[in-house]
Design a protein around this ligand. Sequence first.
Ligand SMILES: NC(=O)c1ccc[n+]([C@@H]2O[C@H](COP(=O)([O-])OP(=O)(O)OC[C@H]3O[C@@H](n4cnc5c(N)ncnc54)[C@H](O)[C@@H]3O)[C@@H](O)[C@H]2O)c1
Length: 264
Amino acid sequence: MTTGKPRFAGKSMVVTGAAQGIGRQVALEAAAGGAHLTLVDRSPLVNDVARQINSDYGQGQAIAVEANLETWAGNEEAMERANRMYGCIDIAINNVGGAIWMKPFQNFDEDQLIAEINRSLYPTLWGCRAALPYMIEQGRGAIVNVSSVATKGVNRVPYSAAKGAVNALTASLALEVGTKNIRINAVAPGGTTAPPRAVPRGTEPLSAQDKIWMQEVVDQTVHSSHMKRYGLLREMSAAILFLASDEASYITGTVLPVGGGDQG
Ligand SMILES: NC(=O)c1ccc[n+]([C@@H]2O[C@H](COP(=O)([O-])OP(=O)(O)OC[C@H]3O[C@@H](n4cnc5c(N)ncnc54)[C@H](O)[C@@H]3O)[C@@H](O)[C@H]2O)c1
């Protein structure tokens, strides 16, 4: 049996998109590890996750911030709130993203292409930009960006492009700040089994054709995995929290695929 303090004891950690799915799982496990969390989401459901942590998670604690992270201002506000509450930002997990539509590229219109990039690139680009000044000032920090193995995948080209950009900004920013004791990494999840989404990715009901295109995505995802299955939420959070932790102190600039062998 190991004893000693939990691995995130007293660490100020921002988790975005924490109302559900992978972000919520990361938040709950970080809380179990003693983290002092700032949970950010545009859904008010994020308040329920903070309440759950504050009532059930011992040393872990959380505040909730409702913000639109597709904006510069939303990210600035989130990081400012975290710093005001805990006096620093040790770790930032930029998790907001997700394909809104799944269909062949020629079927995306202009507004949809912009919406996909806004959803899956800007929250991470702004999030890194907003967290970095605090980390430079502190002389330490770790950022984990949540990417996807769908950088190579059918029926979601704009999402692939956004996540490819997340990987590029992770690599370049890590190079820029490597001597400042700040690590920047990404985890690229594969398809992940999760409860039905309380907050849907899109607002439109799926047509019969949309369901066929979505099934093509599921089939491609399972086929591309060597293990021929989806991953679990805890399999994603384990990798994200490893890269966020001091155990990964000599790892930076890495994109870690967590896709059962699918490298993206
Ligand atoms: N679920 C998967 O199968 C899978 C696979 C590969 C990669 N990923 C990536 O993992 C991350 C999390 O995926 P998920 O499926 O758990 O997400 P999800 O769609 O279930 O939840 C996303 C959360 O982000 C919030 N959000 C969305 N836009 C926001 C905005 N503009 N401002 C603030 N909050 C916003 C939503 O309210 C929601 O709570 C995403 O980056 C996604 O691309 C997921």
